[in-house]
Write a protein that binds this ligand. Structure first.
Ligand SMILES: C[S@@+](CC[C@H](N)C(=O)[O-])C[C@H]1O[C@@H](n2cnc3c(N)ncnc32)[C@H](O)[C@@H]1O
Length: 777
């Protein structure tokens, strides 16, 4: 029978709130307040932590029937702590019992500490969960530390250890980022369940960079071991020999003083010691840190050398996966909880290729946006693989979603370096149908996308209106090489609005002496404009090497004439389905692409819900789930062939929708201009930018909110006047918005008809519509 997916959807209890934890947290908070007064200021945090760590350990041990201290005074409680210290040694960090004995804690607080969590159902996992709660949120996020709920760790263990044909008691288990020990505990539990005997601690290994977290893992495993023994004895030696502090993905002490040598199981440079450390492991489990590449700069050069999956934009967990695969024995299994970004992210192409080729991917769980980790903006995924290439017919078991998860199989041969489209068979069939019933864009139109202009130095070559006017005043010829341009963010759906920006279009071969005002302007940026001479080593303040003069654009832009002609423009970072017709000869910066075509049918297809549905599944996903419509991918975008009638009908509707959109943009812009000039609204914000969606009262409120700081409050008469402005403009804007919605519905219906999508397929598309799908269809 298939194991149940842990209940992780939004309707399940908050993660981390396993029975007992929340109550214990509240108990800790209460006693903490009492302790604060008694501890004084110096070293307070470390003393507080030391006291609570020990009291919580006692609480869990009591709940497990391993201890029953009846301490009434601080002296008696410290005696209990001293006993634990002598049994646990390095499982304890922070102040020693003799240091704690110096504190003056009253009897009432001591009794409160001694009876902490009494009557609550606590277990060894409690230690790790409380430890996580104790870390400052920011510190946790920076270190990528989000501890795993026990239910999820149990699930991963079941899906890996549970699939092994070997005696579970003989498997060597490793967690290379073991934190508070959630996975080691889960594996230990699973071995006991499967064999009826306690798992030999000699088979459990863990590494973590954080010494405190490691101490928590040692204490938790100590308690788990004691449970099997039926009594608390001195902590077994394996908890110290097998759980080690180190950086699992760095082996150079120049890069990290905690660099770890996997051949000895010690910090690089430390003597090997007597204990043995396996060269390979049978089961590698964990929830390695998720840390975005922006925070990883100092390590990148090292990882480039060490990891074949290296990619500048990769998240830290990518290297944990590669390290895990390296450390696995043939046929061994890896089960990690990682962020789901690698499934579609551009930075993980090598990782995907490696997994698809060298491993048998047994299970993928994509929890999408389920809140697995309390307080973390991390979208988790469970990856379970067996080391060794897949059988030709192997199918990956995929689970999508939380409690109401859908399970299906995906042939592994369909997975490679490209984004993994893990979709149920019905959805995969629909993606295939959209392609089969269409032709690739390149064949349909015989064109390919062009890039916007990369200047290499925007500060010099992109100018605002006043600068452009000055340059033209100084020399009227300047106007010849000043062009209007759109930024990526200016590109709208159906049409775009030029935002008053200009580009100095000094393309290759320009005679700069013929434009003295522009030359003088560029001279001011000369050091930043100079191309790096070929072969130049060392720092360079200018632009990259290339065959261009210091005053020319960095890109050759040989296709510049195509900017002047009607075209379809779209964004490089695509949060929304926005393809716009431009007939104004606008140029674009490097945050937009364009297709040298003004074919309304092509524009309609690109803006259609079906195209967004298709592209969401087929294009690379960037940061925050923006799509990347890179040129080499867009040439394959499927364009259905219309009948003559469909083409004509859509051409009329597109013409109308472009005009309506444009009219609304212009009316909105004029109104915002008026608000700026007459009402002191310098930054109108999103709401005022979409006036048709407001009512009169919220319009007036929003204007008041947006007026420059220090502006006097509006009088009643002024509010009435403002309301009249709104009442004069809003009806027409709303009418046009309704007409745009109607036109969009007609266009979508015609495009979907050309795609021959039947009612079942359309229903499937609606049921699986990705975020930000156009609404009018
Ligand atoms: C997400 S937590 C998971 C801890 C544990 N597996 C659990 O779920 O409770 C990640 C752990 O990785 C550790 N860590 C971060 N960077 C590391 C590195 N380079 N090497 C080893 N451990 C690291 C952190 O200290 C933290 O304990």
């Amino acid at each position: 029978m298939l194991p149940a997916v842990p209940a992780l959807d939004r309707s399940s209890p908050a993660p981390g709130s396993e029975p007992g934890i929340e109550g214990l947290r509240a108990d800790c908070r209460r006693v903490q307040l009492e302790l604060r007064g008694a501890l004084g200021v110096e070293g307070r945090a470390s003393l507080l932590r030391g006291v609570l760590d020990r009291a919580v350990f006692v609480a869990v041990a009591r709940a497990m029937g391993l201890l029953d201290p009846s301490a009434q005074t601080w002296a008696e409680l410290v005696e209990v702590f001293a006993g634990l210290e002598s049994m646990g040694g390095a499982a304890w960090t922070g102040p020693s019992a003799s240091e704690l004995a110096q504190l003056r804690i009253g009897d009432a607080t001591s009794r409160q500490l001694a009876s902490l969590g009494e009557g609550r159902p606590l277990c060894p996992d409690t230690l790790g969960q409380l430890f996580e709660g104790g870390l400052v949120r920011r510190a946790r996020r920076d270190a990528g530390v989000f501890f795993t709920p026990a239910s999820l760790a149990d699930f991963v263990v079941q899906e890996t250890l549970g699939r092994s044909q070997r005696d579970p008691g003989s498997l060597r288990v490793l967690d290379p980022a073991c934190g508070g020990g959630a996975f080691l505990l889960a594996a230990h539990r699973a071995v006991r369940r499967a064999t009826g005997k306690e798992g030999a601690l000699a088979n459990f290994f863990g590494v973590d960079k954080n010494g405190e977290a490691l101490a928590v893992a040692r204490r938790a495993l100590w308690l788990e071991h004691a449970k099997a023994q039926g009594r608390l004895e001195p902590a077994p030696a394996q908890l110290f020999t097998n759980l080690r502090q180190g950086d699992s993905v760095v082996d150079d002490p120049q890069v990290d003083p905690w660099a770890f040598d996997w051949s000895t199981g010690r910090r690089v440079g430390a003597s090997a010691g007597a204990s043995t450390w396996p060269a390979r492991f049978d089961l590698i489990l964990g929830n390695p840190p998720f840390v975005r590449h922006e925070q990883l700069g100092p390590f990148k050069a090292h990882w480039r050398e060490r990891f074949s999956t290296y990619e500048g934009g990769a998240d830290l967990f990518v290297y944990f996966i590669e390290r895990g695969l390296e450390l696995l024995a043939p046929g061994g299994r890896l089960g990690f909880v990682v962020s789901n970004k690698w499934l579609r992210g551009g930075y993980a192409a090598r990782l995907r290729e490696r997994l698809a080729r060298d491993c048998t991917v047994e299970l993928l769980v994509d929890h999408g946006h389920a809140p697995v980790f309390a307080g973390a903006d991390a979208f988790p995924c469970v990856l379970c693989v067996r080391k060794g290439p897949p059988a030709p017919t192997h199918a990956v078991q995929v689970i999508q979603g939380g409690r109401s998860a859908e399970r299906f199989a995906v042939p592994q041969r369909s997975l490679a370096a490209a984004p993994w489209s893990l979709e149920p068979p019905a959805v995969r069939a629909l993606v295939a149908a959209l392609r089969e019933r269409a032709v690739p864009l390149a064949d349909y139109a015989g064109i390919k996308p062009h890039y916007g202009v990369k200047t290499g130095c925007n500060a010099a070559l992109l100018v605002d209106g006043p600068t452009r006017d000055r340059l033209c005043r100084e020399d009227p010829r300047s106007a010849e090489i000043l062009v209007k341009y759109l930024r990526g963010q200016d590109v709208g759906r159906w049409s775009s609005r030029w935002q008053g920006r200009w580009m100095i279009f000094t393309r290759r071969g320009v005679d700069i002496d013929a434009y003295p005002a522009i030359k003088a302007h560029l001279e001011g940026f000369r050091a930043r404009l100079e191309p790096r001479p070929r072969g130049h080593a060392g720092p360079w303040t200018g632009r990259k090497a290339g065959g261009y003069a210091w005053y020319e654009l960095q890109d050759a832009v040989d296709y510049h004439a195509a900017f002047e002609a009607p075209k379809i423009v779209y964004q490089v970072i695509q949060f929304h389905p926005r393809y716009a017709l431009d007939r104004d000869g606008l140029y674009t910066n490097d945050k937009a692409f364009f297709l040298p075509s003004s074919d309304p049918w092509l524009l309609a297809c690109l803006n259609s819900p079906a195209m967004w549905w298709h592209n969401w599944r087929c294009l690379v996903h960037m940061k925050d789930e923006a799509l990347n419509p890179a040129g080499d991918k867009m040439i394959h975008a499927p364009i259905p062939q219309p009948t003559k009638a469909q083409r004509e009908q859509v051409a009329r509707a597109v013409e109308a929708v472009v005009a309506a959109r444009r009219a609304n943009d212009e009316a909105n812009a004029a109104l915002l201009d008026g608000l700026r000039r007459e009402w002191g609204v310098e930054r109108p914000g999103k709401k005022l930018g979409q006036l048709a969606e407001l009512d009169g009262d919220s319009f007036v409120r929003e204007v008041e909110r947006r007026r420059a700081k220090g502006s006097p409050r509006l009088s009643d008469a002024a509010r009435v006047e403002l309301r009249a402005v709104f009442d004069a403009e809003a009806p027409e804007l709303r009418e046009r918005r309704a007409s745009i919605a109607g036109l969009e519905r007609r266009i979508a219906a015609t495009v979907h008809a050309a795609w021959a999508l039947n009612p079942d397929e359309l229903a499937r598309m609606r049921a699986t519509a990705p975020p930000r799908t156009p609404t009018n269809w």
